[in-house]
Design a protein around this ligand. Structure first.
Ligand code: FES
Ligand code: FES
Length: 163
């Protein structure tokens, strides 16, 4: 790191999936990029990079947020949950199993964002109906599935009690 780079970087602390991270970031850096390139959690996908597709969704203090619309410096002191944080060390969560069973993904690019949005929904509303699921997932775009399989997967996970 040269002198001018050092000057422009800010030190932040944040919790990611329950682990504390200390990182030096430039004020312009997006949370999505810091998660992928500095923290090394590439499950957070970056699609549109301007808040439209939802692929970069993570939980920030428990709430689904688009990490491409958050500067990393804004995450100082916050609890971030990425797709890696809701995935068991071995196997899949019951929600992820339901996605698999219902073929709720094809290319899978959108899937981490959908899973995290659905996780937050099921935590707050364990028995959502179809319209509530569609509303909760309305900020996530999938170019492959047509959505019905995703809704079916979340309905099944809800019927089994979420995680
Ligand atoms: S990459 Fe963030 S909303 Fe599309
Ligand atoms: S599975 Fe391909 S974009 Fe959703």
């Amino acid at each position: 790191m040269n002198v001018s780079e050092q000057k422009t970087k800010l030190h932040i602390q944040m919790s990611v999936n329950g682990e504390r991270y200390d990182v030096d970031v430039e004020p312009r850096q997006l949370l999505s990029d810091v998660l992928r390139h500095q923290v090394g959690l590439t499950g957070t996908h970056v699609g549109c990079e301007h808040g439209v597709c939802g692929a970069c969704t993570v939980l920030v203090d428990g709430m689904p947020q688009r990490s491409c619309l958050i500067f990393a410096v804004q995450a100082e002191g916050m609890e971030i949950t990425t797709i890696e944080g809701v995935t068991p060390a071995l196997g899949l969560s019951s929600l992820q199993e339901a996605f698999q069973k219902h073929h709720a993904l094809q290319c899978g690019f959108c899937t981490p964002g959908f899973v995290l949005s659905a996780e937050a929904l099921l935590r707050d509303k364990p028995n959502p109906d179809e319209s509530q699921i569609r509303e909760a997932l309305s900020g996530n775009i999938c170019r492959c599935t047509g959505y019905q399989a995703i809704v079916d997967a979340v309905l099944e996970a809800a019927s089994k009690g979420g995680e």
